[in-house]
Design a protein around this ligand. Structure first.
Ligand code: GTB
Length: 214
């Protein structure tokens, strides 16, 4: 059955791979499933055809036969549950890998999103400069804890899993901030994710669409 995802017609990040379709592409590459991409403009994202697929008017979405999904976490979990390669077979290990997916999205990513908000959306507010160090410290708290848990291991719980895919994807959003450089173990963890051939293919595919011309 053909899998079709949606992505930005042109991502605002110019091909840095930060838009969430990269996470879905990465998961599909890890499990070796081919996929089509339907590119959508910001206007098309808010139009009825797309809103039927995604009530919040965003990307990515995922269609496969009669199934239509939105929310990156749900999409990656679906891929991981239906195709081998991203979740352990053993029940408890599988539950822990899913736990790490939720930890990435619900515990680690929120303060990172706050950093994007304060730097981009609120940068001209009078209180923005005061808020920035508070947000940075909230991120550092999570990175301290995550780094302590990872320790010297390659991945969060045994073999690479959808939990690592999601955590690496979330941490990648910090690259420009310099914060990752304060955590050599986490920087190495992210680098291990990025050199995976599946990530490389996913990154190249989004870059081919989003790289600025010339
Ligand atoms: N919770 C949803 C999910 O996980 O799928 C969030 C989806 C989401 O935020 N989608 C964004 C979107 O469609 C794109 S990924 N935005 C358009 C809109 O809301 O109108 C977030 C994103 C966007 C841009 C960059 N960037 O340029 O660096 C990075 C990440």
């Amino acid at each position: 059955m053909t899998i079709t995802i949606t992505a930005f017609e042109r991502s605002p990040d110019g091909g840095k791979g930060l838009a969430r379709d990269t996470r879905v592409r990465w998961a599909l590459e890890e499990v070796g499933q081919p996929y089509d991409v339907r590119l959508v403009s910001f206007a098309a994202m808010k139009a009825p055809d797309h809103l039927r697929l995604h009530p919040f008017g965003q990307i990515p979405t995922y269609e496969e036969g009669g199934l239509a999904l939105f929310e990156t976490g749900a999409i990656v979990l679906h891929i991981a549950q239906h195709y081998p390669g991203l979740l352990p077979q053993e029940d408890d290990a599988r539950a822990r890998a899913i736990m790490w997916m939720f930890a990435a999205l619900n515990t680690v990513e929120p303060p990172i999103l706050e950093l994007m908000t304060v730097r981009i959306i609120e940068h001209d507010k009078p209180w923005s400069a005061e808020r920035l160090p508070l947000v940075m410290d909230r991120i550092r708290t999570r990175l301290d804890q995550l780094s302590a848990r990872l320790g010297e291991a390659d991945w969060l719980d045994g073999a690479f899993s959808a939990g690592d895919l999601m955590m690496v994807s979330v941490l990648l959003r910090l690259r420009m901030s310099g914060l990752l450089d304060e955590y050599p173990r986490l920087a190495a963890y992210v680098a291990r994710g990025e050199v995976r051939p599946a990530y490389q293919r996913a990154f190249a595919a989004q870059l081919a669409i989003n790289a600025p011309p010339g």
